[in-house]
Design a protein around this ligand. Structure first.
Ligand SMILES: [Fe+2]
Ligand SMILES: [Fe+2]
Length: 472
């Protein structure tokens, strides 16, 4: 297998696509559909070109090329991490067997389903973010938005390659469906709830890239462990691109908090709305919303499907190979969140059925690290107030707590009280209207909107005032 991308091909790839004419033709016939989807559902703001990184290699040192490119000419391609000939399945009943290069017949439907669910999220986020370019706080941010968008487009390609390459006619049909479903659509919505929510403003975008993209990171981490080697290698490379999406969210919220602290000090008030900032109360409400809908993406606390996926070797745990256990988990137990006699509690279940909880736990710890980071900015700015993650029972639509209403402290509330108090915890129309009122585009080089601090660093060593985007 060649490692460097072949850019002489219509579809750049490192999978020797030209050796498989049937697959190449199938993908080439999907390509125009992808491009028309991008035209109608991708970034709405017209641009001449954008300073983007394009994957050119999967090697350890340097896999990306940076340059100004017209977005429609972006080379969406197919890249799999390098194959390890020795790779063996690390968990489940096939532990120790060589990783599969083809789809085992008995797991065909399950693997296809896993790939479709992952694949569905990729174009969904592009759709959700379609109009954000119109209100970008700087050219730097605009460039980052577009970078995230083209890479989510590439992730769709990555999943479509697997569907076309390994799942025959059904795979090709699923690939079509991935372009037909649309975020927020009445008739054919995206599969998962959080991907049908709006991303109407940049605070939402940063929260989305922090909390919801981070769910993606954890899901990809479990698929990277898959016994199906092409899926594993695909996800391994996608994770490299995800790191930038995480950075956009983390530093985006850093910069909002930093600016809010400046305004609080300058005007000696918590209510910075009147001074063109986003109050910490509002930041907390947006955080509450995005965190709680992202927790729903992990599914129920217990799941026999996920137990079966694990046992079959389809989907592992986060950092499977670093876990110090037998990687089969047949006799193990785990404590999971549950409603016991109407109270929020924990209950012990077999480790295998509790795997969603295991993954969610890793995710929550990671989310907490961001909150700690933002709190250090508050502390350094001499602000006593702290941000925090709400209780896992707060605002849930999926799992053990879907049927109750709980406060961010994890106190169960009667319906009426929830209704009365939820405006203190989730963004209200007033909060959203204020945030939206701040969303005015700043397209001048080196300038930044007043509600956010500039970044500490530019992209790829370029300064903040670099010409990251040329508008049309
Ligand atoms: Fe992605
Ligand atoms: Fe992402």
């Amino acid at each position: 297998m060649s490692i460097a991308a072949d850019y002489s091909e219509k579809i750049p790839n490192n999978v020797d696509l030209r050796e498989d004419r049937r697959l190449q033709r199938a993908l080439e016939s999907w390509q125009p559909n992808f491009l028309s989807w991008w035209e109608s559902m991708g970034p709405a703001l017209p641009t001449q070109d954008v300073y983007l990184r394009t994957a050119v290699n999967v090697g350890r040192e340097g896999w990306a090329h940076f340059g100004h490119v017209a977005m429609t000419d972006y080379r969406w391609g197919i890249f799999l991490a390098e194959r390890n000939q020795e790779r063996r399945i690390a968990f489940g009943q096939h532990k120790g067997e060589p990783a599969w290069q083809q789809v085992p017949g008995e797991y065909r439907a399950d693997l296809r389903r896993l790939i479709v669910i992952q694949g569905d999220t990729e174009p969904a986020s592009v759709e959700q973010q379609r109009n954000l370019g119109a209100t970008a706080p700087s050219l730097y941010d605009l460039r980052n938005l577009f970078q995230v968008n083209v890479e989510e487009g590439r992730h769709l390609w990555a999943m479509v390659y697997l569907l076309h390459g390994y799942f025959g006619r059904e795979g090709r049909e699923e690939a079509e469906e991935l372009l037909h479903r649309n975020s927020g659509s009445e008739e054919s919505p995206r599969i998962l709830g959080a991907f049908n929510e709006e991303t109407p403003d940049w605070l939402s975008f940063f929260m989305f890239t922090y909390f919801t993209d981070r769910d993606g990171k954890y899901q990809l981490g479990t698929l990277k462990e898959s016994g199906f080697d092409p899926l594993s290698r695909t996800c391994e490379f996608m994770l490299k691109e995800e790191a930038h999406h995480m950075m956009v969210g983390t530093t985006g919220i850093d910069r909002v908090v930093e600016r809010t602290v400046q305004l609080m000090r300058e005007h000696d008030t918590d209510d910075v709305a009147a001074h063109g900032g986003i109050p910490l109360d509002t930041v907390q409400k947006y955080l509450n919303f995005h965190y709680s809908v992202s927790l729903d993406l992990f599914g129920g606390e217990t799941s026999t499907n996920v137990a079966n996926y694990y046992t079959a070797g389809l989907k592992g745990r986060w950092m499977e190979e670093r876990r110090k256990d037998d990687h089969r988990l047949i006799d193990d137990a785990i404590l999971v969140d549950a409603l016991v006699d109407g109270r929020i509690a924990r209950t012990e279940v077999a480790a295998l059925v509790g795997l969603n909880s295991d993954l969610r736990r890793e995710y929550i710890a990671d989310c907490q690290s961001g909150v700690n980071r933002w709190n250090r900015i508050l502390e350094a700015g001499g602000v006593a107030r702290r941000l925090r993650l709400p209780h896992v029972a707060f605002n849930r639509q999926v799992g053990a707590f879907a049927g109750i209403q709980a406060s961010p402290d994890g106190e169960i509330l009667p319906e009426g009280e929830w209704e009365r108090r939820k405006g203190g915890w989730l963004p209200t129309e007033v909060d959203k209207t204020h945030v939206r009122s701040l969303m005015r585009p700043v397209y001048e080089r080196g300038k930044i909107a007043a509600w956010i601090a500039p970044p500490r660093q530019g992209i790829n060593g370029q300064p903040f005032d670099y010409d990251y985007v040329h508008l049309a």
